[in-house]
Design a protein around this ligand. Structure first.
Ligand code: ADP
Length: 239
């Protein structure tokens, strides 16, 4: 089954920038995919297409069984419950504890108290954060905050986890731990797609690599490297 099916999709922003230009991408359920490319290439826009943060100007986009080309805005919140989403800046609620941040994500699903307790605990266990449930985000490190954000993203057991630069604010060792956690979640059956600038982790993991350059898919390799190292200042123009 295709978890992500994008056919000839383009995104043009107001002002005329074509951020994605007739892109095709198919990701099967269970895959782990890195999206790489220079700044401004269209990586974030590609991920936004997946969670319907942006709509395609043209083309077909289907994610986790929902056709986003025809979805009504009323159905978008329900669609997003099928996704876990993680960003560079963690996005935790600062005045809530670790536990509350994760439990909050379950409220919309109407989970009862017993189920909430079990699910939050299981999510914290998955990310290795059961020791600090009562800490607020400012009392834990950046790497720990990202672990909590990942726990929040997976607490509903989504089929697809989307991460946009999840290690962008972290040091190399911490970044490696976060990527190993994403890999562990993938091995348990969740499809994972990660946009990143981090060549070390991409080269280390040897996963599928989709390179976006100037709004197009420039490369798609099943066991790929980051690939942009040799030319610093790479712009994607005729290189
Ligand atoms: P990346 O994630 O690879 O850095 P983006 O997807 O953020 O690239 O951006 C792709 C292109 O679209 C860039 O030229 C960027 O300036 C432009 N862009 C991104 N978001 C918007 C927006 N909301 N409005 C107009 N242009 C945008």
């Amino acid at each position: 089954m295709a978890m992500i099916d994008i056919k000839r999709a383009s995104v043009r922003y107001q002002g005329g920038v074509t951020a994605l230009d007739c892109v095709d991408l198919c990701v099967r359920a269970g895959e782990f995919v890195f999206v790489v490319g220079p700044t401004g290439a269209g990586k974030s826009t590609l991920l936004k297409l997946l969670y319907r943060g942006e709509a395609a100007t043209e083309g077909y986009v289907s994610v986790a069984g929902s056709d986003l080309s025809t979805i009504s805005s009323a159905d978008i919140p329900l669609f997003r419950r099928k996704l876990g989403i993680v960003f560079q800046d963690y996005g935790l609620l600062p005045n809530k504890t670790v536990w509350e941040n994760i439990a909050f994500a379950l409220r919309v699903t109407g989970a009862g108290r017993t189920e909430t307790r079990a699910r939050v605990h299981a999510a914290l266990e998955m990310v290795g954060m059961t020791h600090r449930p009562d800490a607020t985000p400012s009392q834990i490190s950046g790497g720990e905050q990202q672990r909590v954000a990942i726990a929040r993203a997976i607490v509903n057991d989504p089929p697809l986890l989307i991460a946009d630069e999840p290690t962008g604010n972290l040091d190399p060792d911490t970044s490696m731990g976060i990527v190993q956690l994403l890999n562990y979640i993938n091995e348990r059956g969740t499809t994972v797609i990660v946009a990143t600038h981090d060549s070390m982790i991409v080269n280390m993991m040897q996963k599928r690599v989709v390179a976006v350059v100037a709004g197009k898919i420039a490369r798609d390799e099943m066991r790929g490297d980051y690939g942009f190292e040799r030319s610093s200042g790479y712009t994607g123009a005729g290189d």
